[in-house]
Design a protein around this ligand. Structure first.
Ligand SMILES: O=C[C@H](O)[C@H](O)COP(=O)(O)O
Ligand SMILES: C=C(OP(=O)(O)O)C(=O)O
Length: 348
């Protein structure tokens, strides 16, 4: 007989609970204090109580945790070297929102073969976040699935809502309950109003359905998250890191009763998805900062050990080490050069 319920569901498999995963990979008291400090650093920069710039730097997506830790060790050195002018946070993206179809990220599909071993993905993600934070390096990630934060968000110091979900009620409500500062990307079409509406919505308390640490379905009632800020990532009409656009955005934010602060994503439509153009965007950002436009409080770079991107091969042993399997990235060498130049501008 034709099924009435779950007609299109192939299987339902129970998943480890957030509490059980946290027991396997616990956060120490020292790390808890460190992450609270890192989140406060980010908040202070966003509130302009600290004039350093936020630098969210790292791979478009994590697919190889060994290479990610190798990258983190290199970035941790730069964080320490430039800490008086830059607050460097590693981009540790485990979930990929897709325009249509494509690999969904390490948590959903760690083996990159549509086998969707989620429990393995969650374990790898939590373990890696602990390892990176243990280097003294804070982590930043996109929040995509509304349940996943219960498993890993205690290890994240800054988060983003992506361009494809910035208009989503679910993500705005979810953000209102998140503990770290959260940026909203402008929409894929370039619209800033969806990001501003997202920031306003997330400021407020909400109630929605979620799970607790034991995996029990619950009504979650939130306090509201007051740390929302826009992330300019360009759109269908082109880049939005130019001076006039930043000026207009500042005016819009003030009119909306928000602090005139923005973060600029050097990648995506700000670089026309040409990874090498990120350096050009950074040059403009730093030129604007040097002329006094301190509303630009941060930037994002998609960077990996080696530049470019690769397709996911059938035989995973053929993957090139330290090369992105989603958007193309600049190399670590170029990243170090860009961060050094940014530091010199800010140090004047
Ligand atoms: O940052 C990564 C990608 O831009 C995003 O996940 C969308 O990717 P897609 O357009 O290749 O699906
Ligand atoms: C998907 C991303 O960006 P956006 O939401 O701006 O496309 C990303 O930063 O990985």
């Amino acid at each position: 007989m034709e099924k009435l319920n779950n007609a299109n569901i192939r299987s339902i498999v129970p998943l480890i609970t957030p509490d059980d995963l946290k027991e396997e990979y616990p956060i120490s008291e020292a790390l808890t204090k460190q992450i609270l400090t890192h989140r406060n650093e980010v908040r202070n920069i966003l509130e302009k109580k600290d004039d350093r710039m936020l630098a969210i730097v790292g791979p478009c997506s994590i697919h190889d945790t060994v290479a990610a830790l190798d990258y983190a060790q290199r970035l941790a050195e730069l964080r320490e070297r430039y800490k008086d002018r830059l607050c460097i946070i590693m981009r540790v993206y485990f979930e990929k929102p897709r325009t249509a179809l494509g690999w969904r990220g390490l948590i959903l599909d760690p083996d990159m073969d549509d086998s969707y071993k989620l429990e393995k993905g969650l374990r790898q993600a939590r373990k890696l976040l602990l390892e990176i934070n243990n280097l003294g390096l804070p982590t930043g990630s996109e929040i995509l699935d509304p349940i996943v934060p219960q498993y890993i968000s205690d290890l994240i110091s800054w988060a983003a809502i992506g361009a494809r979900t910035t208009e989503s009620q679910t993500h705005r409500e979810l953000t209102s309950g998140l503990s770290m500062p959260v940026g909203f990307k402008n929409g894929t079409d370039g619209s800033m109003d969806v990001a501003i509406n997202g920031i306003h919505s997330a400021h407020h308390p909400h109630s929605f359905i979620g799970i607790d640490g034991k995996g029990q379905t619950c009504v979650l009632s939130t306090e509201g998250n007051k740390t929302g800020h826009p992330i300019l990532r360009g759109g269908k009409r082109g880049p939005n890191y130019y001076e006039e656009i930043i000026e207009d955005t500042e005016e819009l934010l003030i009119k909306e009763g928000l602090l005139p602060v923005v973060m600029i994503d050097c990648s995506h439509e700000n670089s026309g998805k040409k990874y090498f153009r990120q350096e050009r965007v950074m040059n403009s950002i730093m030129d604007q900062r040097s002329k006094g436009r301190d509303s630009i409080v941060g930037f994002m770079l998609e960077s990996n050990i080696h530049e470019g991107k690769q397709c996911i091969p059938e035989d995973k042993s053929q993957l090139s080490y330290g090369v992105s399997i989603t958007d193309a990235c600049i190399s670590f060498e170029t990243t170090a050069k860009i961060l050094d130049s940014a530091y010199k501008v800010l140090d004047k």
